[in-house]
Write a protein that binds this ligand. Structure first.
Ligand code: FES
Length: 379
């Protein structure tokens, strides 16, 4: 088990659209097992550009059944890494890469007979392609429907690959392109993917209620609008999975005002009050003794209940912990709380069952107890 960066050679850079490339890596035999992945996971890349360390997470678009590990990188306006990669990255470059992480995943099972739906827009197709392709290959009795939104035909990332899947799995894969800036044959395929568009599709094309699992990936506004629309139609929350690529604007704006999310106390911990920090006196600064375990090695530091997060404090101490977004989105800093209790500012990466099992995001966690022990080695 390792959550450290590994230098990987870029073996192919393919232009997918005018704004997007896909990048394949060579994984040396001795670390192959570290880079095994579930469809839907992502990797984090670390690079210095103009003397600045940049870390970015990118979803894997290939499937575990394929011989390569490939990601897609869409050039974002002002994006330091994505701009560099789209203009400079070539075969033969080496990049520092963290092994795959992320919980926007599927566990294919040959016995499954399920109906899946994915709703993606733009580069949100990246993890979705991996999920669809793997499911169609490994679940011969399951079917997949994809609603995929783009500005126009030229912007459609992985158009050929999706067409190939459609041709191969004609009976089990339904593909609906929705274009916002190109006239389409049918009105229903024009515009953006909104709640209204889903309403229209549910009346004419797709029975959302029949879906066993629904995956949503794209811009934040689309994700939350569709998620709310699905919940309003009584679709069970545990059937809805979504993946954010950026920290939600609303979360950034409201973070100081929003209540923290309590992580359950570790099973063997002294139970503090559920939501309240352990108190000493009103005037005494409350400080926790924090232990972080990584690769079997422990290091200790003190951290006030209020102020820096566990991740920030640990990095200040020189710890080499895994992280990428620092915004509660990518899940790279996921670790297990084995003693004490913490509160998280935000969590867009962990499923409720994981939080229940004691997993936390270190980039969002603040201590609530005098002693906190966090273990990166437990999965
Ligand atoms: S670094 Fe991305 S969730 Fe913590």
């Amino acid at each position: 088990m390792s959550i450290h960066f590994h230098k990987l050679a870029v073996v192919d850079v393919r232009r997918e659209t005018a704004e997007c490339i896909s990048v394949a890596f060579e994984i040396p035999g001795e670390i192959k097992s570290l880079f095994e992945y579930q469809p839907g996971q992502n990797i984090t890349i670390k690079i210095r550009i103009n003397n600045e360390e940049v870390r970015r997470s990118y979803s894997i678009c290939s499937g575990p059944q394929e011989p390569e590990l490939r990601i897609a990188v869409k050039e974002a306006p002002g994006g330091i890494f994505s701009t560099w990669a789209n203009r400079e990255l070539v075969k033969g470059h080496f990049l520092d890469v963290l092994p795959p992480t992320g919980r926007f995943i599927i566990h294919p099972d040959i016995k499954n007979k399920k109906r899946y739906l994915a709703i993606a827009a733009g580069s949100g197709i990246t993890p979705v392609l991996s999920i669809i392709s793997t499911t169609l290959h490994h679940e011969p009795l399951s079917s997949f429907t994809l609603i995929y939104g783009n500005r126009n035909r030229a912007c459609i990332i992985f158009r050929d690959q999706l067409d190939a899947l459609k041709n191969r799995f004609m009976e089990r894969f339904a593909l609906h392109h929705v274009l916002s800036r190109e006239i389409t044959d049918a009105e229903i395929y024009s515009g953006r993917i909104t709640a209204l568009k889903c309403e229209e599709m549910s009346a004419n094309l797709i029975d959302f209620q029949l879906m066993d699992q629904i995956f949503i990936c794209g811009p934040e506004a689309m994700i939350f609008e569709i998620k709310d629309w699905l919940l309003a139609r009584k679709i069970a929350p545990n059937k809805i999975h979504y993946e954010l690529f950026t920290i939600p604007v609303s979360a950034e704006r409201d973070m100081s005002a929003s209540p923290r999310i309590p992580a359950p106390a570790a099973a063997n911990a002294v139970q503090p009050n559920k939501l309240q920090p352990e108190t000493t006196t009103d005037t005494e600064l409350q400080v926790s003794d924090v232990t972080v375990k990584l690769d079997g090695i422990s290091f200790d530091f003190q951290l006030p209940f209020e102020g820096k997060t566990v991740l920030e404090a640990a990095l200040d101490q020189g710890a080499d912990l895994p992280f990428s977004c620092k915004g509660g989105v990518c899940g790279t800093c996921r670790a297990k709380l084995v003693e004490g209790q913490v509160a998280m500012d935000l969590n867009y990466a962990l499923e409720p069952e994981e939080v229940e099992a004691g997993f936390i995001l270190c980039c969002q966690s603040h201590p609530l107890t005098k002693k906190v022990v966090i273990d990166f080695d437990q999965k």
